[in-house]
Design a protein around this ligand. Structure first.
Ligand SMILES: [Zn+2]
Ligand SMILES: [Zn+2]
Length: 479
């Protein structure tokens, strides 16, 4: 009987088809663009093809040593083990079966028809598996991509965009670019590294931007694997606020790198007491008309608000942690006092000293950085009403300790900035009692965000692990 298609059903199918055609067109356009850009790189492409050809020769030779019969039988067994949508590779069962025994202790016609000795079969099976692994390795080398853009899990277009480009070591190395690591190969690749508390390094198109500067945290903190003195180059340093755990190394890094240092008045007042040329200091209010322009990007400072954790919670938690965690030693206290003296404790930090930064790259990719987990301000709402949403939000989690309270702030940030991808900050902690002395779990925050917005991509890495983005794919372009 012929099946009937309703008008609505037909239109829906046409809609899906149109969407697919549109996607294909986008991918084709992108690949053509990449091919044009890579035109100068033909010798490199040829070398790479030669290498793949060489590996294929090896596979061919190994295949010669494996009987076709074995592959056919093995593939039959692998397909037999189908469980719902999942293909189960029940190798122990297959091995038992082919080695002369019956699976699950029952007789099997096909098993009993295969009288091969156990040793001989195992040898052949291992040869097949080795061959399969070579084929897989070869396949993945041919389909190498520079890095995995975290948005690839949500978008085929982004996932496939760079599939023909070779792996980019700069997107896998843990060395900060500011400390001598490699720049990403493609000028449109953005590399983001979290470096403890609210420190991030952003690298884009030959530029290095440091967000906050708190690297020499002392022996009370887990090591970051990089010291302030390792940081040799930076173009711009954006300071979210002036507490010591956000600016203690700003002056020393700024003096060495000659970077421009940007912060609220209460932050830059402190900087002016430190050994850094005043021409390198720029004070902002975050109340508008303060756009900072750098090659390939612009930065808009926006007045934010510092976190104000519930006192009834922090009093209890701090007391409890003081009891169970080791207190700092006298040496650690001295060390800590020096570090703390490089920041400010002014009450002005809360409502006039915390700056969020909206960074817009020249290809339209937007980043919102917020180094303290406070309430969203009217200034932030106005800026977001103007730009709509961002591609990436780097946001400090609140210092409230208790999940429901932290979730409330995290959702407020997500709703305000509407990011495609969110990376948390300020969730690590010292190993002694003291300043927010407990790592805060990010999974409960991610879960709450995804419950409200299943499309959001959440990324939390360890210190210095890079996360790379193909910034040609961004909200401005509709991806
Ligand atoms: Zn603070
Ligand atoms: Zn802080």
């Amino acid at each position: 009987m012929a099946s009937e298609v309703t008008r609505d059903g037909f239109e829906a199918r046409v809609g899906v088809l149109e969407h697919e055609v549109e996607s294909e067109k986008r991918i084709t356009r992108y690949i053509l663009e990449q091919t044009r850009r890579n035109g100068d790189d033909l010798p490199a492409v040829k070398t790479r093809l030669d290498r793949v050809e060489h590996r294929l020769d090896g596979v061919e030779q190994r295949l010669g040593g494996v009987e076709r019969k074995d592959l056919a039988e093995l593939s039959r067994d692998l397909v037999v083990e189908r469980n719902g949508e999942t293909l189960t590779w029940n190798l122990p069962k297959i091995v038992r079966c082919h080695a002369g025994g019956a699976p699950d202790g029952r007789s099997s016609k096909r098993c009993s028809a295969e009288p091969a000795s156990k040793g001989a079969f195992m040898k052949r099976l291992l040869a097949i598996l080795a061959t399969l692994s070579v084929i897989t390795a070869c396949g993945s080398a041919a389909a190498a991509r520079p890095f995995t853009d975290p948005r690839g899990e949500r978008s085929d277009t982004i996932d496939q965009a760079a599939a023909m480009e070779p792996r980019d070591p700069a997107c896998h190395a843990r060395t900060l670019v500011s400390a001598g690591g490699a720049f990403p190969r493609n000028p449109h690749t953005l590399a983001v590294r979290w470096v403890g508390f609210s420190n991030f390094e952003l690298v884009y198109n030959g530029r290095i931007i440091l967000l906050d500067a708190y690297y020499d945290r002392g022996s009370e903190y887990p090591p970051l694997g990089v010291a302030a003195s390792d940081i040799k180059s930076a173009d711009l340093m954006l300071l979210g606020h002036g507490h010591f755990d956000h600016m203690s190394d700003a002056a020393s890094i700024g003096a060495r790198t000659k970077a421009l240092l940007v912060g609220a008045a209460v932050t830059t007042d402190k900087l002016r007491t430190q050994p850094i040329p005043i021409q390198q200091i720029k004070t902002v209010t975050g109340r508008g008309d303060e756009m900072i322009k750098l090659d390939h990007l612009t930065v808009e400072p926006i007045l934010g608000r510092h976190g104000e954790p519930a006192k009834e919670v922090t009093a209890v938690m701090d007391r409890a942690l003081d009891e169970v965690m080791p207190p700092p030693t006298p040496e650690q206290k001295t060390e800590s006092a020096t570090i703390r003296s490089r920041g400010t404790n002014s009450p002005r930090v809360i409502d006039e000293g915390t700056i969020a930064y909206l960074i817009t790259l020249d290809d339209g990719f937007r980043i919102l950085y917020r180094d303290s987990g406070g309430r969203v301000t009217d200034y932030e709402r106005a800026a977001m009403a103007r730009v709509g949403r961002v591609d990436l939000a780097l946001v400090a989690v609140s210092g409230d300790y208790i999940n429901p309270l932290m979730v409330k702030l995290a959702l407020e940030h997500m709703r305000a900035y509407k990011p495609d991808v969110i990376m948390p900050a300020h969730h690590d902690a010292p190993v002694t009692a003291g300043h927010v002395a407990q790592w805060r779990a990010t999974e409960p925050l991610f879960q709450a965000m995804k419950d409200q917005n299943p499309d959001i991509v959440t990324v939390s890495k360890e210190y210095r692990e890079p996360v790379c983005f193909n910034t040609e794919m961004n909200v401005q372009r509709g991806y």
